[in-house]
Design a protein around this ligand. Structure first.
Ligand code: 8X3
Length: 258
């Protein structure tokens, strides 16, 4: 039987990309899923799809991850038994804009910092105490190669992913005596809505980011997350860095030209 059968898995950013791929991957393994995102219609549709495909039990939580009060109220609305989350996948995150710092937009900085750092902290703060109480649980944070090597005009986005890296390492120490696992899964180039969002809907510009690279897919990343979540009880995967074969790190990419 799957190790994940009936486990409660909370996925932020479940309405697209890596979060959505995780929802499908964990549902396939028999997990119960809490799908969290701002865009309610998308996660409602996903919940229905999972129910039909895998008879998955799920809950939908729609909130703005930048708003701690909304997160608190939303989490409180869950039935008691669903509050004992076994695995939290902090996959909500985004890049907005890509400019030299001297030309950057502070509103973009706020959104990235509030989502990628503070949102991750808020959600973890809500869910972790029950794990601590039960001395059991697993937090899986979505980092990035951008949290290991900076790149030109990456400034604030890279800073948020360096912060996620620090939070994962530090949290691992905080819960060391509570049998709680903390993993960081840090992908390089993954083709999702990421670059379209970063470039404010400019699809052509977004396509160029992945041109000639054969990028990772959201499923590739979900696979790595699933791997972390299915190790034996005594094994913690601290960190996985995964990139397309054509990428060594943030700044080293080869592109095939046709
Ligand atoms: C996404 C990877 O290199 O586009 O976190 O910043 S990158």
């Amino acid at each position: 039987m799957s190790l994940l059968k009936n486990k409660i898995v909370f996925i932020s950013g479940a309405s697209s990309g890596i979060g959505m791929a995780c929802a499908r991957a964990f549902a396939r393994e028999g997990a119960k899923v809490i799908l969290a995102a701002r865009r309610r219609e998308r996660i409602e549709k996903l919940a229905l799809e999972l129910k039909e495909a895998f008879t998955t039990e799920s809950k939908i939580l729609s909130f703005d991850i930048q708003n701690y009060q909304e997160i608190k109220e939303s989490f409180a609305s869950l039935p008691e038994e669903w509050k004992n989350v076994d695995i939290l996948i902090n996959s909500a995150g985004l890049a907005q804009g890509m400019h030299k710092l001297q030309e950057g937009n502070p509103d973009d900085w706020d959104v990235m910092i509030n989502t990628n750092i503070k949102g991750l902290l808020y959600l973890t703060r809500e869910i972790l105490p029950n794990m601590v109480k039960r001395e059991s649980g697993h937090i899986i944070n979505l980092g990035s190669t951008a949290g290991h090597d900076v790149y030109p005009s990456g400034n604030v986005y890279c800073a948020t992913k360096f912060a996620v890296n620090a939070i994962s390492q530090s949290l691992r120490i905080d819960v060391l005596d509570k049998s709680i696992k903390v993993s960081s899964v840090d992908p390089g180039m993954v083709e999702t809505e990421f670059s379209v969002v970063r470039f404010s809907g400019d699809v052509e510009r977004a396509k160029k980011v992945y041109a000639g690279v054969d990028p990772l897919t959201p499923q590739d990343v979900a696979d790595a997350i699933l791997y972390c979540a299915t190790r034996p009880k005594h094994v913690n995967i601290n960190e996985i860095i995964l990139t397309p074969v054509a990428q060594a790190q943030s700044n080293f990419v080869v592109r095939k030209t046709t």
